[in-house]
Design a binder for this molecule. Structure first.
Ligand SMILES: Nc1ncnc2c1ncn2[C@@H]1O[C@H](COP(=O)(O)OP(=O)(O)O)[C@@H](O)[C@H]1O
Ligand SMILES: [Mg+2]
Length: 244
């Protein structure tokens, strides 16, 4: 099985070398658990370390703020965008119906899932992307009303990403005490892998952790691993490195 390295400190060794190439992985967690950082670090490392062009579709956070936040980790997205190694697609405007200053954006005619999926697929082909992140799928589903619509939309998304051949991350936000792994409770069945990010406030401190819930065809760690967000980005620790 071919592997796509995340380059995220401590993660690849937990999943036998990386994500299965060409597959779709769900990254799930509550607000502030580090999902966006995880996604952008995956795309940044792909471009910077492994020479793989990547696309980041951002539906929740404006691209300008994303670029600004990433500079805190020492990741200059703009430089890699100029080299055509990273493309940020602004989907926030599609949600709000405002015009954008971004060069690449999803159409601001509202979120028609079919149009959106075709637009994303066309971008992957044009750009030659090997990696893609959709942050978040919950926001893609805003205009889908019934669970059946959502399931069908996600199945389509997974099918198209599979055809495109990218190793894809779908980001999904869940409530802190949610028993499900994703907003609609169907994403995890569609994805080939599920990574769960935990964010637990303890007293005045904060404990972060990461868990590989599923990774089809891969012998992966079954522990809940401590995680830190440092000035280098996300760092996953081995259990024995836990600071407890
Ligand atoms: N430069 C940094 N150094 C340390 N922690 C940071 C830094 N930037 C962001 N964080 C932490 O990461 C959190 C945001 O993570 P984010 O990836 O946006 O979460 P999510 O997308 O799951 O809501 C912030 O609330 C903050 O605690
Ligand atoms: Mg986020």
């Amino acid at each position: 099985m071919k592997k796509t390295k995340t380059g995220i400190y401590g993660l690849d060794e937990l999943i036998d070398g990386g994500f299965p190439t060409g597959r779709t992985i769900l990254v799930s967690g509550s607000c502030g658990s580090g999902k966006t950082t995880f996604g952008i670090q995956y795309i940044y490392n792909g471009a910077e370390l492994y020479n793989e062009p990547g696309i980041y579709v951002t539906l929740d956070e404006r691209p300008s703020l994303l670029r600004e936040d990433c500079l805190n980790f020492g990741w200059d997205l703009k430089e890699l965008e100029n080299k055509n190694m990273i493309r940020i697609i602004d989907g926030t405007v599609a949600r709000m119906g405002f015009p954008t200053e971004e060069e690449f954006a999803l159409p601001s005619t509202g979120l028609d899932i079919d149009k959106l999926l075709l637009e994303i697929l066309a971008s992957i082909k044009r750009f030659g992307a090997k990696r893609i992140v959709i942050d978040s799928v919950a926001s893609l589903g805003l205009t889908l009303r019934t669970e059946e619509d959502i399931r069908r939309g996600l199945l389509k998304l997974n099918y198209l990403l599979g055809k495109a051949g990218t190793t894809s991350l779908l980001i999904s936000e869940i409530e802190v005490d949610d028993k499900r792994f994703s907003k609609y409770g169907v994403e995890e069945y569609i994805a080939d892998g599920v990574i769960l990010m935990h964010y637990i406030g303890v007293g005045g401190g904060i404990t972060r952790a990461l868990q590989v819930v599923k990774m089809r065809g891969v012998k992966h760690s079954e522990y809940i691993h401590p995680l830190e967000i440092t000035k280098r980005g996300i760092e996953v620790k081995r259990i024995e490195q836990a600071d407890i």
